[in-house]
Design a protein around this ligand. Sequence first.
Ligand code: FE2
Ligand code: FE2
Length: 273
Amino acid sequence: MPVFDLDAWVARSRAIDLGEIDWEGVSRHPVAPEIIRTLRYMQDIESHTIVYTRSLLATRAIADPEVATFLACWLYEETFHGLALARFLQAAGQPVGERERPRGSESFPQWLEARLTAMLSRAWPDFCAVHMMWGAINELSALTAYRRLAALANHPVLSGLLERIALDESRHFFFYYRQAERRMQRRAVARVARLIVDRFWAPVGSGVQPGAEVVFMARYLFGDDEGRAAARKVDDTIRRLPGFATVRLLEAWIERHAEAADGNGGRNGHGQQ
Ligand SMILES: [Fe+2]
Ligand SMILES: [Fe+2]
């Protein structure tokens, strides 16, 4: 992986050009209901970024100028992912509509999570290391999920759009990963970060989306052999970080939750689609 250069990274930050997408062409190709359901999940998560950022801004994250600059670009790009996916759903005749939860309000677990994050950040000067680690895992999962979705959807307009989104996710991943790698060099920091990830990590969207939707998406994207291999690759990449060699993430979560949901091992030969 090349050396990280923040100036070069920032110079490449731009929003998805919605004018470049062939929206007219969307309805010329079928979109399976499972794809729509997965897209709704992803659109919700992407457009939730600003809510997530609210609790993040109350932490030490913004004390580091590199991280603060990154977060500004990151939020801008993620917001456009949400807009682009909403536009696709609309073009496919499945508009997103009003969110059930009014934006800006939090459920009690979300409120508690935000408070705990803020407390941990105040108590532990190296809190940012966990944030970077968390970001690396989630961006790589998102990148992998978008690639899986593009492969499963086999829709020319959607594939082009998802490829463009995946490009941003890989840039986000690169930033977080490089930061995490640097910060995990300190063994004590890596040990605490590992404890927190082991205890609290769950796929992006857990706590924001209903549990059944998280399980559906995990099974749909990662339930077959190719999906499992992709999930394993995510875990293997994160295991290269100091202190994380034995961490169990996406694949283990799928084993625990998605397969346990019906005990049949995901989509393999069971007509889950
Ligand atoms: Fe995104
Ligand atoms: Fe991202």
